[in-house]
Design a protein around this ligand. Structure first.
Ligand code: PA5
Length: 346
């Protein structure tokens, strides 16, 4: 598959996902200006729960990764019906659903309201927006027309702003501006016009060469590894594995043996500020697994602040999944089986 043949993109990407991805920095810049109305009044909750599924949960994972070393208050991501028992009156629930129609998130909102927890909704519409409007809940109304996983900037950055508003800032304005600048630069480096030789995402897609991607992050990038997996699954319709160090050193490492590991491509997500003990673990993992693996790639985060480092890694994964989709001849936009599950459960 020649990913430098630009005719392929017009043929195999009828919904023009390439343009959505190329505009991701613009989406993030716009997202920085979105606010909840009415404003969130709960000051310093003792627990923040990001309620969402997959594309709409990824913003919560980024919030939690930014918050981990900064906030004394836990930020947890809840993927499912209801809420964890710990989410009581002093909690803030960020209900995130791009479509506003996701049953699990609607049920989390019901649970939060029944328990007297504060709720803020982040959505482009649907029943979630209706519920928020009817009950005068803080609502960030997002622009519509995207696939949820492609609206990550809209789902993450206004939620960070809500946390700042309740006294729990997870990133400075400078860090957020840096992230947008880096994404803008990367858009020029990762798009279809950039040839394989100078395009990290195309190179990664070619390196996979039909093997199953196994993506590992470190303590702060575990959520990004999971995001790469879900983008590959939804956009490219290929199965992928995700895990994190140090945990995988104690279990999955045993599966990196010949001959089965030949069918896997080891992909390591590296962060410049990873602690030395994690860097050593990545080096040992590579030494032990590479001889058995079908291939090995590394991808490095960019920037100084946590938002830039996380978003830059996510962005490479978005483009990677796009190129794998195009190479396989599948539409990166539509998700017919996911839609069918939702239709049957309606
Ligand atoms: O990106 C997608 O299409 C999915 O992963 C959705 O995010 C998921 O099905 C949940 O839907 P929503 O984000 O609209 O709540």
């Amino acid at each position: 598959m020649n990913l430098d043949d630009t005719r392929l993109f017009a043929e195999r990407d009828p919904h023009r996902v390439r343009e959505v991805l190329a505009a991701f920095a613009t989406q993030c810049r716009e997202a920085l200006a979105l606010v909840a109305e009415p404003v969130v009044r709960r000051a310093r909750p003792t627990l923040v729960v990001g309620a969402g599924m997959v594309g709409s949960a990824a913003g919560g994972d980024l919030l939690a990764a930014c918050a981990a070393e900064q906030l004394a208050v836990p930020v947890v991501v809840h993927r499912g019906y209801g809420l964890p028992a710990a989410a009581g009156k002093q909690a803030l629930v960020l209900a995130s659903s791009y479509s506003g129609e996701t049953a699990e998130v609607l049920s989390s909102v019901e649970a939060a309201l029944a328990r007297g927890a504060a709720v803020a909704a982040v959505t482009s519409g649907g029943r979630l927006a209706e519920m928020a409007t009817a009950r005068r809940l803080p609502l960030v109304r997002l622009p519509g027309g995207l696939m949820p996983r492609m609206a990550l900037g809209y789902l993450f950055l206004p939620a960070a702003r809500i946390l700042a508003r309740v006294g729990l800032p997870v990133a400075s304005a400078g860090d957020l501006a840096e992230a947008v600048e880096i994404l803008k630069t990367m858009a020029g480096e990762l798009g279809p016009e950039r040839p394989v030789a100078a395009n990290e995402a195309k190179r990664l897609a070619q390196a996979l060469d039909g093997r199953m991607p196994a993506i590992y992050g470190g303590p702060t990038t575990a959520g990004v590894a999971y995001r790469w997996k879900t983008d590959l699954e939804e956009n490219a319709k290929v199965m992928a594995l995700a895990g994190a160090l140090p945990e995988m050193n104690h279990n999955e490492i045993e599966a990196w043996r010949a001959p089965a590991a030949q069918t896997l491509h080891l992909t390591l997500l590296r962060d410049n500020d990873e602690p030395p003990e994690i860097a050593r673990r990545f080096a040992v993992l590579r030494d032990l697994a590479a001889p058995a693996a079908g291939g090995v790639s590394e991808c490095r985060a960019r920037g100084a602040g946590r938002p830039a480092r996380l978003l830059s890694l996510v962005y490479v994964g978005m483009w990677l999944s796009y190129y794998v989709a195009v190479a396989r001849g599948v539409d990166p936009w539509s998700v017919p089986l996911l839609d069918e599950v939702k239709r049957r459960l309606r």
